[in-house]
Structure formats: structure tokens, C-alpha cells
Design a protein around this ligand. Structure first.
Ligand code: DX5
Ligand code: ZN
Length: 228
């Protein structure tokens, strides 16, 4: 699977979201961080903003739900226009049922793991998912330092994906930048969220292209997989 770069609008200007979406036309997806001030100590946006943003941009929306009770709320984000919906396994009561519901509604189903959540207990769930998100910071805020102790987890997850011959995308989120993206690609990630590294750059579009070039080069050199 080709490398994908998903700018996180958490680092964009919330008063100008439509323009900020246009500033990264080369992006594969727009990453939309939904926070409820309970699952994480920060509050961002909800269904009405996702609905408006979906109407305002042609770039598909990758909604990352950092909220309690995703079983109840996640389907509404599909209805609001998200093409991919990520819930946290730590918050989900019935992750398999929820993933199936997201898929049945027509979006890609994705599950996220906080840094202290291991991948191993979820090996049997992987075929139910279209993407797995490994958090490389504690969720809640942009601009935090990349936790390089997550690299072995990324590597082990890539091994599980290959072992089962799955088409699962492996996303990393948190502290992904020019100095860390190559390590992530080398470990087996193929979808890269970047907030401050894109919207904090002078030219966000150029930052997306540069991150993509770095990730592609590192993927080509990497030893994992056989279909990239
Ligand atoms: C953090 C969010 C991230 C955030 C990443 O909890 O999930 O998507 O925007 O921001 P950077 O890339 O600045 O670490
Ligand atoms: Zn995120």
C-alpha cells in the first residue's frame, strides 16, 4: 500500500477550517481529532463541525474519536460524512460490534491504542478493521514529543498484519515530523498523521510533499512486507 499523509487539523486555525483544508490539497486524508474532555483532558469539536467540513472539502475525513462511549457516538460521524472513523479500544464496550457497524454504514473502521495498550490481545480482532492506529504520544494535545518506545509495537503490529495477510492500514499519530517519520515507516507504518509538522510549517503543502518523500524512501529501504 502506498504511503499516505494525513494532516491533523488540530494544529490548524479552527476559525478558517475550509481554507486550512485547501492549504493541504496534496493530503490523502484530513485527520479530524474529536475530544470530549473526558477520555482526554481537552475539548475540540463534534458532529456539526464534521458535517460542515465534509461539505467544504473534497479530501476524505479521517475522524479520530478520543471520546468516551464511542459505541454510542461513532456511527453519527459516518452519517456526518467521515470516510474513516477511529475509536479507542480503551473506551469501546464492544469493539467488534462497533467496527462492524461503522463498516455497515459505509466507512472504514479503525481502532486506536494508547501508548500503554498492547497490540497482542487484539490479534484476533484485526480482520474486523480497515486501519489500526498506534498512538505515539498520549492522546489529547498536538505538538508533543514522539515516544520512540512505541517503535517495537509498530514493528510487532506490522508482523501480525503480514502473518495474517491482511490489507490493514497501520497509522501512527503524535510527534510525527521530518525527524521521526522515517523511523515510523521503517518499523512498518504506512499512514502518517502530522499536525504541527504540517500546519506549523511556512508552507503546509510543501511539508506534506516532503514528509511523503521521506516516508516513501524509508519504506522502500525497509525490510518489512513484500507488497510495497
Ligand atoms: C493528539 C492527536 C493528534 C495531534 C497530533 O492526541 O490525536 O492527531 O493532532 O499532533 P502532532 O502531529 O503535532 O503531534
Ligand atoms: Zn489524532
Amino acid at each position: 500500500m502506498a504511503v499516505q499523509i494525513n494532516p491533523s487539523i488540530l494544529s490548524a486555525d479552527f476559525a478558517r477550517l475550509a481554507e486550512e483544508a485547501k492549504a493541504v490539497r496534496g493530503a490523502d486524508w484530513l485527520h479530524v481529532d474529536v475530544m470530549d474532555n473526558h477520555f482526554v483532558p481537552n475539548l475540540t469539536l463534534g458532529v456539526p463541525v464534521v458535517e460542515s467540513l465534509a461539505r467544504a472539502t473534497g479530501t476524505p475525513l479521517d475522524c479520530h474519536l478520543m471520546i468516551e462511549d464511542p459505541d454510542r457516538w461513532a456511527p453519527q460521524y459516518v452519517e456526518a460524512g467521515a470516510s474513516s472513523v477511529t475509536f479507542h479500544v480503551e473506551a469501546a464496550a464492544a469493539p467488534v460490534r462497533l467496527a462492524r457497524e461503522i463498516r455497515a454504514k459505509g466507512a472504514r473502521a479503525s481502532m486506536a491504542l494508547k501508548p500503554a495498550t498492547p497490540i497482542e490481545p487484539f490479534e484476533d480482532l484485526l480482520p474486523e478493521l480497515d486501519m489500526l492506529l498506534i498512538m505515539t504520544v498520549e492522546p489529547g494535545f498536538g505538538g508533543q514529543a514522539f515516544l520512540d518506545l512505541m517503535l517495537p509495537k509498530i514493528r510487532r503490529t506490522r508482523e501480525l498484519i503480514d502473518k495474517h495477510g491482511l490489507q490493514l492500514w497501520l497509522q501512527v499519530d503524535g510527534g510525527v515530523s521530518a525527524s521521526t517519520i522515517e523511523q515510523c515507516a521503517d518499523a512498518g507504518a504506512d499512514v502518517f498523521v502530522a499536525g504541527s509538522a504540517v500546519y506549523g510549517a511556512k508552507d503546509p503543502e510543501e511539508a506534506v510533499d516532503a514528509l511523503r518523500a521521506q516516508a516513501e524512501a524509508a519504506t522502500a529501504r525497509a525490510s518489512w512486507g513484500c507488497n510495497h
